[in-house]
Design a protein. Sequence first.
Length: 682
Amino acid sequence: MGPFPITHDPVRLDLIGENTCVACHAEAVHSWAGSDHAHANRPVRESLDRPAFTPPRKLKDGETDQRLQWSGDSPELTVNRNGQEETYAFDGVLAYDPLRQYLAPFPGGKWQATTAAYDPSRDEWFEVYEGEGRLPGEWGHWTGQGMNWNANCAYCHMTEFEKNIDPPTGNYHSTWTRQSISCVQCHSGLEDHVETADQTNGGRLPQSLSPVQIEASCASCHSRRDQLTAEKFRPGDTFHDHFELSLPDQPSLYYADGQIRDEVFVYGSFRMSRMGHAGISCMDCHDPHSMELTRPLTNNATCTNCHDDGLQGAPIIDPVAHSHHSEGSAGNSCVECHMPKTTYMQRDPRGDHAFLSPDPMMTRELGIPNACNKCHEEETVQWAEKAVADWYPEAKVLNRQRQRARALTSAWERDPAAASKLLKLADDEDIPAWRATYTGLLQPYTDNTAVLQYLTGAIDDPNPLVRSRAAYALGQAGATGPRFNSLLDDPSRNVRLSAARSFASLNQKVPNVSTANEWESYLLFNSDRPQNTFILADAALREGDAPAVKQWITRTIAIEPTNPEIYRQSAILYSRLGDVSEANRLLEKAYSLAPNQALYPYSLALLRAEEGKLPETIQLLKIATRLDPNFDRAWYNLALALLQNGAASEARMALNRAVSLMSTQEWQQASESINQALRNWQ
């Protein structure tokens, strides 16, 4: 089959692959054959790939020199860093246009996707993350877990992909029915159809899918999401039983008004859009096989299909009158204004599917981009803001966008006033994805009675996105009980797992055997993520299984061996195991990796204090406060240590500094206890 086979199941591929379908569905297969889906992943082929490596190309990334050349029967990459050379062979290609990344086989059944990418239209190589200087051992380096193909790329570039990770070792035994996306990935019931059909009789037809089910198939790849289970997503399945959709309650993914920012892949934006909520779905605009638009963008034909005659309740719009731009101009193009493009991976511009209205006011207030100034680069934001105000004086849609943007910005900044803003928006929000966003953002405000009341009601929301956020927020607040526990039997897996996660974060066992097993399966399936291996280590610690704790810590460090926080968290687990020596070693490693971050000498100081090493404790706390003069906890602990060492004057100075930085009642009470000790000592 070769090292990077087209299929692991040739019998199945012969049954339901495009070579079988083409006999009766030639037009559809021909349309598909030119699509990005058909070219999403493939083995290296000399006829297609040799030109990219001939003549040899050179690329520089920070301190690393890269040479890409064709050698023998295959392409390869030679990396030279600080005089040390390593060569990697390529046997696979990821994507097609506008860029291609090459795949190098690694031990443990892994393939790694290069951050060096080839642009076929320009016949040039470039760095996808140019200027970031990613280093070996880091998550995002091309040899690191963040660029691992099995975990991050393959599901959406292959047909019937199964990751098949071995959790204890982190090795993969991945399989697939076909490289790239083919018929069975979107059609259900093909086996029976092929076996009973001929060119004159359709036999048993494939399962008929509703627009919602079709959209779920698209969303299974075209979304930023967490995969919840090793069970294959089949066409017709429910999205929320397999995935947890990422929304703006995770800062930095979107701008505060809902515009795309990070690489979020369409579906989240679409679910937050008014059009998505109105019932428009992917196939209303895109051909299911070529994925091209079914109507041209010329003269706005794609959009006026609905907005010309009010189809599906769409408002009727005259593009020239609405846009205040002449016909044929960029400003008269619906997509230029309402689907502005953001370029990802240096060469891949993608249109926003939130269909928002350009708002220069939010650019001025919050730094959110607007389509007007993207086009009119020579003009000021104030110029664009005046034009929008003059042309759309009663634009109610902008008022809603602005309320959202201001509320989300407040929440991301942990402003206490954000709670009331979010509750007000949630009160009359009819789009579930936005309700879910507000619900997720309310999690830090559960000490507010109104917030707690809202969240308690939200666990009955008809949409699983909202219920899953409510489950997590309530669980983090410790608001568990019979009603909360009912979420462990919720019909949607994303809700059940969100409730289970809450118990794990509270250091408690999940009190529902079926969901507890589901939760463990989720963690094992995603054990190539350090946050999950730490949860597994913590669970093993609760069970008193010290060898398993150590095994999971070793796995976690191997995932990202240059991340100081991983060593610090590992040290905490070893400390809880009672192994102070190993905890010290790990904390010292963390400190050596990040010598300018106050958290690490501070953490070492706490461990030294437990050991009764007072002089070292004081020295490390002084280093921490020097590195971060606003580190209130470090000043507080320094005051305690100095007091214990008999340095009352220094202790009072440290305490005064801590008090000046403290804000919560708890800290104020703590400072009073030290003051009392100082008075007693004097």
